[in-house]
Design a protein around this ligand. Structure first.
Ligand SMILES: NC(=O)c1ccc[n+]([C@@H]2O[C@H](COP(=O)([O-])OP(=O)(O)OC[C@H]3O[C@@H](n4cnc5c(N)ncnc54)[C@H](O)[C@@H]3O)[C@@H](O)[C@H]2O)c1
Length: 347
């Protein structure tokens, strides 16, 4: 029997136990060898629950294990850079949770170190592996959209400021809804548009609710006194090919309902993602097609399966480090545009 691919997990909290460890353990050719978490109780609990042979409190120690070839980085955002770089330098392929890092500067370093060490780096934009995205990508690849020239992407919560973790702390999280939920829909939209090259960004990011006392919290209670991220942001991105994209993201806004969706307009057709719908002119009529009976799929597990496949076959992962970096560059530019009051030109 062929030797299994050894996996190590850095940060064994929510997302690690919820999807990464089970996702790897579902695969016949993979074995989760170890977890590392600064919190010894969390590390031990994860190892016991999932029957994992080793656990560590220092991930540098875990990275010394030669039988580990693939590492998932599941720490809070502010540790993505250091953990990923250490893993790449130890010769491991890395699946780093989203966003790539606190900002594009850190992300760029990670991409460079991965390339320099000849290892694969992917980032947890699992939305690309949702059943809706998989089906719509086939429509796009079959040319039914034509040339995409405009997209509107929305990740909007009405009253969804997280009341746990570090989501409301700029230094640990990098930003608010833009970097937490906006990145998912932005990545997916760029993917379905075929990753045109962004050339300029202008935007606003504001805090209208997070620092106020007495705002209704439907996702727990945060501390308004330590709230340092935006709760609403909008960006207009222009691309080299003339296309444009508007991204809207909120933790808190006076809107009718939460929205996670994007519309993409193309010269031959248009689409929206959730629910997956295609708008076209066919045989002299305007049609709206709802994609139905799509095969159920667990998007995180599917992303892990595809990443292992890329490692085995030595191919590029579905989400490349460079594509994840593009998301970070756009997010950074929205924040910069807010600070400077100007359009930001991207190199
Ligand atoms: N793709 C998705 O849909 C999705 C969903 C949730 C979270 N995430 C991402 O996953 C990451 C983790 O989120 P979470 O909800 O699991 O957080 P969490 O707080 O539940 O878990 C993070 C773990 O990292 C550990 N940790 C902190 N510092 C460490 C260090 N130096 N070395 C090792 N471990 C350390 C913590 O003790 C904790 O157990 C975040 O970047 C988040 O954006 C992605």
């Amino acid at each position: 029997m062929e030797k299994k691919i050894g996996v190590g997990i850095i940060g064994s909290g929510g997302i690690a136990q919820g999807v990464h460890i089970p996702g790897y353990q579902k695969l016949d050719n993979v074995e989760v060898i170890a977890v590392a978490d600064v919190n010894p109780a969390v590390a031990e609990a994860a190892a016991t629950k999932f029957n994992i042979p080793h656990y560590f409190t220092d991930y540098e120690e875990m990275l010394k294990l030669p039988e580990i070839q693939v590492v998932s980085v599941c720490t809070p955002n502010y540790l993505h850079r250091d953990a990923t770089i250490a893993a790449c330098q130890a010769g491991k392929h890395v699946l780093c949770e989203k966003p790539i890092a606190l900002n594009a500067r850190e992300g760029r370093e990670m991409v460079q170190v991965a390339r320099a060490n000849g290892v694969k780096l992917t980032v947890g934009y699992n939305s690309r592996c949702s059943k809706e995205a998989i089906a719509l990508k086939r429509f796009v690849d079959d040319g039914l959209l034509g040339e995409p020239y405009y997209a509107r992407a929305q990740a909007l919560r009405r009253r969804g400021i997280p009341g746990w973790g570090v989501f409301t702390q700029k230094d640990k999280q990098g930003g608010g809804p833009l970097i937490d939920i906006g990145v998912h829909i932005l990545d997916l939209t760029l993917y379905l548009m075929g990753h045109p090259k962004p050339v300029s960004v202008s935007g606003i990011s504001t805090t209208k609710f997070g620092t106020r006392e007495g705002v209704l919290g439907l996702m727990g209670q945060w501390d308004p006194k330590t709230y340092t991220v935006e709760d609403f942001a909008v960006g207009l991105v222009k691309f080299e090919n003339g296309a444009a994209l508007v991204l809207e993201s909120s933790f808190c806004a006076n809107i009718e309902r939460d929205v996670m969706d994007a519309q993409i307009l193309g010269t031959k057709g248009g689409l929206s993602i959730y629910p997956p719908t295609i708008m076209r002119e066919e045989s002299g009529a305007l049609t709206v097609t709802h994609l139905t009976s799509l095969q159920e799929i667990q998007s995180h597990g599917e992303q892990i399966r595809r990443f292992i496949e890329a490692v085995v076959n030595d191919t590029e992962p579905l989400v490349t480090g460079e594509q994840a970096l593009m998301v970070a560059e756009i997010i950074d530019a929205i924040y910069e545009s807010q600070e400077t009051g100007r359009e930001v030109l991207l190199k």
